[in-house]
Design a protein around this ligand. Structure first.
Ligand code: IFM
Length: 488
């Protein structure tokens, strides 16, 4: 079903709709893409001068990842990127979001760039542009050079300064090819899973370090944005990818609503406060006062983090349902972020997380598209006039090829369909959403879960590196081609 090239409305059924399912139409120019990240797919871990990142160290530490799996080879994308771009082209993707491995392009996290590392990303961008696919570059998707962690990592201010230098190097090398730039991916995970619960690299479990890391990530975003604006052509678009929480109190009681407020502050407002409004909220500072007086925040830091943005990128998978813990009871820790005796929520020890009823994905995450509509409408209100993108959304399913080598994943199609409908509802409510990037293009290294969770629309047989587009890939290609979605 082809779209008229001039069609740009986002509401109402398609005039061509003849099926029983109502159809929604996305505007012409809407970006249909898929996302990946460097450590999760590249492999080539010690090639061409790349040095270890915190994820190399962490995954090589016994007991840190499922079955001791690492990203040493992953999807071998470092050697197969041409074929992967050809696959994207066959699927008709309009955009591809990838991240740069910092230690591949600046091996010690300081000093001059490594030419061969930069050349890889230049060739990748050229390949994409040649195929008519818009490259969308994320500077940091969790793989900090190990040398910078050895110097203290994100809890130390210097890491933010190093990040700005790195941003400038990458901008100088790719600014002529890449127009869409994202500073950080999900800084909440870097700070609170990396330094709080320790389920992510570098595996530290220090509440104060987690809060310091969050602040220095905000500062890093601000400093890098300034460096990017200086180095990039004026038509470059700058954004950040956040994973804000859609938090629901389990009941309407004041205690449960307060629990939701605390998690909202720690998950979302700790970043949107400085980045969008130039301040940390008072309630966040009060909730964490037992851990820190925030004296590591220097004059001018939050103003620096508060940079003009050309887009806000939202990553969404599942909501959180929380309640207050009464009395001496231990808080339930089903927050969906992996098993640890340490909390990723400093200052929220008396908050319990609950599994919502209903369907879950292989991650155990409940399927609730309403959370995505809610978050998009929230950003529409909080940052009026700033275009929104969904830079990650998708589902892990237990996908395996059938006897004929085909991979059927109707659960993933249902998940993506319902979330695209949720995006459309937010657009009907006024949200200026410009694109959707499915997580993920390929099955890949799912962090501490190793290769046990498959998020790809393309199946990867990790032994042979054979790629097989799943039925969701063909379905998504059709949505991308027509700009239309049949709601279930
Ligand atoms: O695989 C991750 C990705 O790296 C960051 N966002 C969530 C995805 C699924 O867990």
């Amino acid at each position: 079903m082809a779209l008229s090239p001039t069609t740009s409305d986002t509401t109402g059924p398609s005039p061509a709709s003849g099926s029983a399912r109502p159809r929604v139409r996305f505007p012409a120019g809407f970006l249909w893409g898929a996302s990946t990240s460097s450590y999760q797919i590249e492999g080539g871990a010690d090639e061409d001068g790349r040095t270890p990142s915190i994820w190399d160290t962490f995954s090589h530490t016994p007991g840190r990842t499922e079955r001791g799996e690492t990203g040493d080879v992953a999807c071998d994308h470092y050697h197969r990127y041409r074929d992967d771009v050809a696959l994207m082209s066959e699927l008709g993707l309009g955009a591809y979001r990838f991240s740069v491995s910092w230690s591949r392009v600046q091996p010690t996290g300081r000093g001059p760039a490594a030419q061969r590392g930069l050349d890889f990303y230049r060739s990748l961008a050229d390949e994409l542009l040649g195929a008519g696919i818009t490259p969308v570059l994320t500077l940091y998707h969790w793989d900090l050079p190990q040398e910078l962690e050895d110097a203290g990592g994100w809890p130390e201010r210097d890491t933010a300064l190093r990040f700005a230098d790195y941003a400038g190097l990458v901008a100088d090398a790719l600014g002529d090819r890449v127009k869409m730039w994202t500073t950080l991916n999900e800084p909440w995970c870097s700070a609170f899973l990396g330094y709080g619960s320790g389920v992510h690299a570098p595996g530290r479990t220090e509440p104060l370090a987690a809060l310091r890391a969050a602040h220095h990530l905000n500062l890093a975003h601000g400093l890098a944005s300034t460096a990017l604006r200086e180095a990039l052509p004026s038509d470059a678009q700058l954004s950040v990818s956040l994973n804000p929480a859609a938090v629901r109190p389990r009941s309407d009681s004041p205690a449960d609503r307060d629990a939701a407020r605390r998690i909202d502050a720690l998950a979302t407002r700790i970043f949107t406060g400085p980045m969008l409004h130039g301040a940390y909220d008072e309630d966040l500072l009060a909730d964490t006062a037992g851990i820190t007086d925030w004296s590591f925040v220097r004059d001018g830091d939050v103003a620096c983090a508060h940079q003009p943005l050309d887009g806000i990128c939202v990553n969404y998978y599942t909501p959180s349902v929380v309640s207050a813990v009464a009395g001496e009871r231990e808080a339930e820790r089903r927050d969906g972020h992996g098993a640890s005796d340490h909390s990723p929520w400093p200052g929220a020890d008396r908050v319990a997380f609950h599994q919502p009823p209903g369907v879950t994905t292989e991650m155990g995450w409940s399927v609730d598209p309403g959370g995505l509509t809610e978050l998009l409408l929230r950003f529409h209100q909080e940052a009026p006039g700033v275009p929104l993108y969904i830079t990650e959304n998708g589902a892990a399913c237990a996908d395996e090829p059938d006897g004929e080598g085909r991979v059927h994943d109707p659960e993933r199609i249902a998940y993506v369909r319902s979330h695209l409908a949720a995006v459309h509802r937010a657009m009907e409510g006024g949200a200026d959403v410009r694109g959707y990037f499915l997580w993920s293009l390929l099955d890949n290294f799912e962090w501490s879960y190793g290769y046990s969770k498959r998020f790809g629309i393309v199946h990867v047989d990790f032994a042979s590196q054979r790629r097989t587009p799943k039925s969701s890939a063909h379905w998504y290609a059709d949505v991308a081609r027509t700009g239309e979605l049949a709601e279930s």
